[in-house]
Structures are given as structure tokens and as C-alpha cells.
Design a protein around this ligand. Structure first.
Ligand SMILES: [Ca+2]
Length: 259
């Protein structure tokens, strides 16, 4: 499928000087076009609020060359990854060295991105092993996929000003909505039509300070679950309430289902 961003994340572990990660994988991903790689899968280490790309030291390797930046949809930038449809479509291991994260608590993330056109079957992983880590063991999750709920809609957005800073605060939706972060959009005033664009994606707080304001603006704060953003709010046109349109430069795909 196109325009997908799928992420799976490990439990929290602690690395040692001899930690390794082994990912048994099979993939068939969009092939290279015009010397550029588009869709890809890759692996990150999450620690200290950072997300760091790691590459296999042996086994099935990432492709080399130029990788397309598909924007904030999956936040991969021009990172390398597993890509192509005829070099990885067999089961084999990719081995990663985790020793540079020794004595850090970390999580591992496997991420797969497809851009707006052309996609192949994707990537499968199985029997993922962490070697010589602390807290090693099976995770506590059942081996069934549990869908996350839609992110819903924020409410009670309050805006105040302190010198040149615009301070936003809001109240996220509660369970059963699934909210992991928020996207901040800004549009111009006086209002001549919706033109909001993101000024920040994936904010983990329910406050945000815009220190780049030089004009008059309207603001919209949109909740996110792991893969999609929710409602931008509604506006009343005199007879009905309508969803405010998604930004042309949206941080993520949208899920407007009720939660
Ligand atoms: Ca693609």
C-alpha cells in the first residue's frame, strides 16, 4: 500500500559492551528508479529522547546510494534502509552492533515507509534476538495484532502571548482515543481561507511555545497516534459543523474515525 508508515517497537532493554541485535527478515520493497531509492525499511535505537539510525554490520545490508526524502510522513529523511525487490526476498539475518549504547536503556524500532506511488509486498521479520542485553526475555505482549484506536480531537486550546512568544496549551482526548503526540499547525490572519502548515510535528507535551511568530496567525493542534493524526477541529458555517481541512503539508496521514 502507498503512503504507509509502520513501526514496531521493542520493550525497554539495557545494552552492554557486547550487545547485538539479530533480525531475521524477508523483504520486497519498491525497486530503485533513476538511481534513487524510495520506499524502505530501517532500524533505529530510541534513547535519551533521540532516534538513531543503526545499520547492519553483517548479513542482509541496507542499500547504498541516494534515498528520497518523503517528508514528515514517516520522518525518515534521506536515511538508508533495506530496499529493492530482488535482493532481500529470502529469509536471512541482519546483525547489528549495539555496543555503542552500552549502559543505556533503550528501545529498538523497526520502521517501514512507502511513499505516494508504487509499493511492493513489504517486509516481514521473525525471531528477533537481542544478544547480551540486560532484562533479556520475551516481551509481555500477545502474538496478535491489536489495532490502536483513532487519535480523536483535542479541545480547550488556549493561546497566550509572552513578549514575542505565543504559548499554546490544550487538553488531549482521553481513552479510548490513542494519543502519543501532537502536531502544531499555523495559518495566516486575517482569514482568507485555510492555509495552515506545520510548525512542529510529534510534540510530546500538551503545551507548545511558538517563538517564530512575526505576524498574526490562527493555530490548530492535532492529536496523533503512532501512525495518523486526528481531527483539526470543526467549524460552523451557519447550518452545519464541518471538519477543518487537513493541511496540504500535513505531518501525517489522517484518521477521522471516532474513538
Ligand atoms: Ca513507493
Amino acid at each position: 500500500m502507498d503512503e504507509k508508515c509502520d513501526v514496531i517497537i521493542s520493550p525497554i532493554l539495557e545494552a552492554t559492551d557486547s550487545s547485538q541485535l539479530i533480525i531475521h527478515n524477508w523483504y520486497s520493497i519498491e525497486p530503485q528508479t533513476g538511481y534513487i531509492w524510495y520506499d524502505r525499511a530501517n532500524v533505529h535505537i530510541l534513547y535519551n529522547s533521540s532516534r538513531i539510525l543503526i545499520s547492519p554490520i553483517s548479513g542482509k545490508a541496507y542499500q547504498l546510494g541516494t534515498f528520497w526524502d518523503a517528508g514528515p510522513m514517516c520522518n525518515m529523511g534521506t536515511e538508508q534502509g533495506w530496499s529493492g525487490d530482488n535482493t532481500g526476498n529470502f529469509w536471512g539475518n541482519s546483525i547489528f552492533d549495539l555496543s555503542s549504547f552500552a549502559r543505556q536503556k533503550f528501545q529498538t524500532e523497526i520502521r517501514y515507509m512507502t511513499d505516494i506511488i508504487t509499493s511492493k509486498e513489504g517486509i516481514y521479520v521473525d525471531d528477533i534476538q537481542f544478544i547480551n542485553v540486560k532484562y533479556e526475555g520475551c516481551d509481555q505482549y500477545p502474538n496478535t495484532y491489536i489495532a490502536q484506536n483513532p487519535p480523536g480531537k483535542n479541545y480547550n486550546l488556549q493561546i497566550s502571548k509572552s513578549s514575542n512568544n505565543i504559548i499554546l496549551s490544550w487538553i488531549p482526548p482521553t481513552s479510548p482515543c490513542s494519543v502519543t503526540s501532537h502536531n502544531i499547525y499555523r495559518g495566516s490572519l486575517p482569514f482568507v481561507g485555510y492555509n495552515h502548515a506545520p510548525i512542529a510535528c510529534s510534540i510530546n507535551n500538551s503545551t507548545y511555545i511558538d517563538n517564530s511568530a512575526v505576524d498574526n496567525y490562527y493555530y490548530l493542534v492535532v492529536p496523533m497516534n503512532v501512525s495518523s493524526e486526528g481531527s483539526y477541529g470543526t467549524s460552523f458555517n451557519g447550518s452545519t459543523w464541518n471538519e477543518i481541512p487537513q493541511s496540504n503539508y500535513r505531518c501525517n496521514l489522517q484518521n477521522l474515525n471516532p474513538c
